[in-house]
Design a protein around this ligand. Sequence first.
Ligand SMILES: Cc1ncc(COP(=O)(O)O)c(C=O)c1O
Length: 450
Amino acid sequence: MADAAGPKPPLLECRRSDFALPPDLHYLNCAYMGPLPVRAQEAGVAGVRAKAAPTAIEPADFFRDSDEARALFAQIIGARDPERVAIVPSVSYGIATVARNVHCTAGDSIVIAAEQFPSNVYAWRRLAAATGAAMRVVGPRSDSARGESWTEALLDAIDERCAVVALPHVHWTDGTRFDLERIAEKTRAAGAALVIDGTQSIGAMPFDFERIRPDALICAGYKWLLGPYGIGFAWLGERFDDGVPLEETWIGREHSEDFQHLIDYRDTYQPGAARFDVGERSNFILLPMVIESMRLVLDWGADNIQRYCDRLCAGVLEEAATLGFRVEASQWRGAHLYGLRWPPGMDQGILGTALRTRNVFASLRGSALRVSPNMYNDADDVNALLDALRADSQTPGSSGPPSKRADGSPTAPSSNVAAPASSNVAAPPSSNVAAPANGGGERAASSPER
Ligand SMILES: Cc1ncc(COP(=O)(O)O)c(C=O)c1O
């Protein structure tokens, strides 16, 4: 039945066949690293091959893919001006660019959410030290209503002395969601710059660009955009129009398309945010890959991803609550990223081992198990997670080890698990798949050692 917003499109089916995940891997850790879609792998291989005979790479190629990637990212975030998108290698690079170009003096304050990923912290600490501005690091007021109380605390911290507010949309450790619309309104009224790290939400969660109107929105490409490592995007608003980039790239200067006259040095930049692009931004391997990944993400739609994850995990969350795990109310967290806070006294070691032995990949973060599903997950994945969550209550002497299906996979009462629209997954050959690595910006996996 149609609601006020009109009829909802039907739920998408599981999209595991777009990936090369091994069939026995329960990968619930997109917040750590998004698996690369097969079509992005193929684009990367094509990029490598093109470099073998570089005559095929023409001057126009230095611009075409960059512009397409800007356009796709702008579409994903809902911005109308792709020329405002800069290509960056990392969030830390994008934040450093912004920190270099915001106006901040002694007596000002820089407001950030507590325990953010370091890439949205260190540049602000440096700016505060250099200018004499005060850092205001704001945490939640309550552990039971984190999103709401944290938003309130942030709103209280934003006043006329505030020069910058630097936040994510959802917190990287447990998916706690901030009310960016309200925060944006207060930030604007204070004349401060709103800087969003969208890494853990953009691609998987709708972002209302027109209502939030950030000054900067920066996003790594390798998580929810499903791209390769080493490429991301920064949308930069008018405040940065005459900004100074971290590097002075040749391609960021006016008329850089004219390769014959590059030594006619120019004082003016290319229009838009291209001046802020990282050097060698026209990466002939990474750009085609991230373009393919972003097309896929756009094809799915963030709203559909939320609905899919919501339905897939409904049963897990229900039973987790009966086992004593606490989870934030749905409007204050992502459906694609949430923390299961374990009950006092629960043995984390047992949980870690239970996850590992079932080949379930999620992340232990502080006092929560961070679960981050996506369109490639199915009922088997959430059944395996649920089975692991039960392990602490199944220590020897109680109900014993979890039962197994004939094929060796764990079972869960189907009433407890919301099955996805389709679980008939075409399993790719496992030889295509690199073993999960323990690298990158954060430790990940079902236990500290993986
Ligand atoms: C919220 C958030 N921002 C940024 C990053 C990555 O930062 P960078 O691209 O600077 O390595 C991560 C990695 O886990 C993250 O969770």
